[in-house]
Write a protein that binds this ligand. Structure first.
Ligand SMILES: *Cc1c(COP(=O)(O)O)cnc(C)c1O
Length: 373
């Protein structure tokens, strides 16, 4: 990962200068303009800038009146912040196991997890791959549940042609620096087509104030500041090209590693340890990450490190196994458990060249052959 500025450096410097010269740093014209520009990019009527992606999720839940006594069904495989946001809103996360190919919550597992307390469904579009939105939304509708999408890794992604964060009640985005659209600090946004919900979240993010010094409900302090908003405005025009580059690099990985392809988790049943490359199940995938699965994951990571290739594990521990979840309803998620032991994210960001990807893919392929021999 390389977070140094590239073609956006000049625009970012100019944007920061503009904000500093204006001398207006919180809830000003940059945040307002970014909200309109981001909403347009997401094909949604409203975007509300908040402090980070976790708050975007929590405020979407709170804005919909979900809190104490409610359960929210979500994925065991994600950044733990997805589930922490549910706790932050005062509700309880309930985990439904993932689909072994898509790695997002499995509709059948969701059905089984729904109970009398269930108030919302919160799928995560993990690694840039949209969850099975159409089936999940149908389940939410059938049970009268709110539908809130964790889009923190899925800026500009679509599911069956429909932009993520537009199908249900709300979408939550993060602008953490490593995300597909990143600030130079923390930031987040809620997207929604519901004007009433947008207005309530605007109020909640600013201390629950209806007017200055008039706090009509218990809100929080979670605002997208002017500097970060100006930086995001400078970067947003590049996002389409960066997304295309991510998709091109992922395609390169896939064609280089295709001989090792094994889409299911059946590796344990095979006599030869192999490598699973993620299948592209929807052309709206935006490749926040490119995770492969290997039975000898730790050896693969060491093999790549010896060649100067940095990899990361997203994620080493299923969320329900985190101590922070000890008080929640026990979860049985064998697919997520197995994925956490095998998954490894290969380098992928728009600053890489196709040559970089070939170099990594060759190192991965060499390892896979060695382990298959
Ligand atoms: C990054 C991330 C979050 C949290 O976003 P922050 O801005 O770091 O609070 C939540 N869910 C997922 C899937 C993420 O990747």
């Amino acid at each position: 990962m390389d977070l140094h500025l590239r073609e956006d450096a000049g625009d970012i410097a100019a944007a920061m200068r503009r904000v500093v010269d204006r001398g207006w740093f919180i809830l000003g014209p940059e945040c307002e303009a970014f909200e309109a520009e981001f909403a347009a990019a997401c094909h949604v009527s409203h975007a509300v800038g908040v402090g980070n992606g976790t708050d975007a999720l929590a405020l979407a839940l709170k804005g919909l009146g979900i809190g104490a006594g409610d359960e929210v069904v979500t994925s065991p495989l994600s950044a733990a912040f997805s589930a922490l946001a549910i706790q932050l809103a005062g509700a309880r996360p309930v985990f439904a196991d993932i689909d072994p190919d898509r790695l997002t919550i499995a509709p059948d597992a969701v059905e089984a997890a729904i109970g009398l307390q269930t108030a919302a469904l919160l799928p995560v579009h993990l690694y840039g791959q949209p969850a099975d939105n159409m089936r999940l939304k149908a389940i939410a509708d059938r049970h009268g549940l709110a539908f809130i999408e964790d889009c923190c890794q899925a800026h500009l992604a679509t599911c069956e042609g429909v932009p993520v964060g537009t199908l249900g009640h709300a979408g939550a985005f993060s602008f953490y620096p490593t995300k597909n659209l990143g600030a130079l600090g923390d930031g987040g946004a809620v997207t929604t087509n519901d004007a009433v919900l947008a207005a309530r979240i605007r109020r909640l993010r600013n201390g629950g104030q209806s007017d200055k010094y008039k706090h009509v409900e218990p809100g929080v302090n979670s605002r997208l500041d002017e500097l970060q908003a100006s930086i995001l405005r400078a970067r947003l025009p590049h996002l389409r090209a960066w997304t295309d580059q991510r998709r091109a690099l992922a395609g390169r990985y896939r064609s280089a590693l295709v001989n090792q392809r094994d889409s299911a988790l059946d590796m344990s049943k095979r006599t030869v340890p192999s490598l699973a490359v993620p299948p592209e199940l929807d052309r709206g995938h935006v490749y926040h990450l490119f995770p492969v699965r290997a039975r000898a994951r730790d050896e693969l990571q060491r093999h790549l490190a010896q060649r100067g290739i940095e990899t990361l594990i997203h994620y080493p521990i299923p969320i329900p196994r985190q101590l922070a979840m000890a008080a929640e309803r026990p979860a049985v998620c064998p697919v997520a458990d197995e994925v956490c032991d095998r998954i490894l994210s290969l380098p992928l960001h728009p600053g890489l060249t196709e040559g970089d990807v070939e170099f990594v893919a060759e190192a991965v392929a060499a390892f896979a052959h060695q382990w298959s021999a």
